[in-house]
Write a protein that binds this ligand. Sequence first.
Ligand code: SAH
Ligand code: SF4
Length: 393
Amino acid sequence: MSAADLVEQPETGITPGVEKGGFRDVLAPDHARRGKPPLHFVDMSHAERITSVQALGLPKFRVQQLANHYFNHLSTDSRTYSDFPAAKREEAAQQFFPNLITEVTRQVADNGTTIKTLWELFDGSRIESVLMRYTKRTTLCISSQVGCGMGCPFCATGQLGLTRNMSTGEILEQVRAAAVMMRDGQVAGGPGRLSNVVFMGMGEPMGNYKSVLAAVRQMSELPPAGFGISARSITISTVGVVPGIRKLTQEGLPVRLAVSLHAPSDKLRDELVPMNRRFNTTQVLDAAHDYYLSSKRRVSIEYALMRGINDQAEHAQLLAKRLNHYGDNWVHVNPIPLNPIEGSRWTASKPEDEQQFLEILHRAGITATLRDTRGSDIDGACGQLAAKMTKQA
Ligand code: SAH
Ligand code: SF4
């Protein structure tokens, strides 16, 4: 075994050295040197939970009570565990609910309806999540990896490279924290409920498939098995990791799939999305359409508009043609005004080009809505989540 074999490889299913422009994750200098986060209740199977409860000298029905405290009451504070033997409360909470994410800063925008939180993980890694309250829904944008290895040049997270995958516990704790903020009225508009979750923060969810799926299941199951956020209100956004899309199709969960296309041709997408050299636009769109057929859920096509690069009439026309090739009403296109990142040569489109892009799609019978840029003044918008204050280990 060589030293390279000892380094844990990211779980993308992408092998290095494939025929056409082999792709491999861009790793951060500190990749995989950080060990694993402490095991949390949500990282364990039911059998593991029972074994651990019994190891504490408790009967197995206590697992259900712990699940109830976590998923129903959103509580990891042993002082609230009044149904638990007093002598074991603290030990149980420490064992099952280790503190996995610690708030570093909280930035507020849009009159208190957008909150971006910077979190520190057990190893000093930093990640972010953004909570956005709208009239009829409240959406949390979460991270699934520390950094990202996909190398999209216009994305702030992509510039960091991949440090490591996040555990199911680290992913779900972002959700619990946001659910608490909503319940306790910490977001402008009074107490409410977290209704939607999108995997559009840091990281490529398909690069961390197992942990992401376990998190999705526990978000969507009804309490006390999960947080009770409908799977239909959860969006997994991918750069186009085809084996991941195919695996997700097999799961049969009604989650929404978003595919970050950004270009209608391979020639252009090869430049904007390095992963396209591994899975091209035809493979990605085929997989996305199969997802639609099997889930009956419309797929979102994400398309960051970059001035003079992918935002011209010819691009919109080709995009419409490629999507209509598969039939009607199976996609919804989300053109996103580019959030320029420091040191990047790309800028946002002119407003008239954005409008023209939308009109061409509409005329071709494709539904498309310009994504709002909530939180852009606090770097909370898409692609700007780079955890600027990243602490070196
Ligand atoms: N890795 C996944 C999910 C996280 S990125 C993915 O790429 O889909 C979430 C969304 O933000 C993606 O659609 C991504 O392409 C987009 N994005 C990245 N950088 C951006 C930027 N600078 N401006 C606007 N959107 C950006
Ligand atoms: Fe990673 Fe998505 Fe950013 Fe690409 S756009 S680098 S896949 S987070």
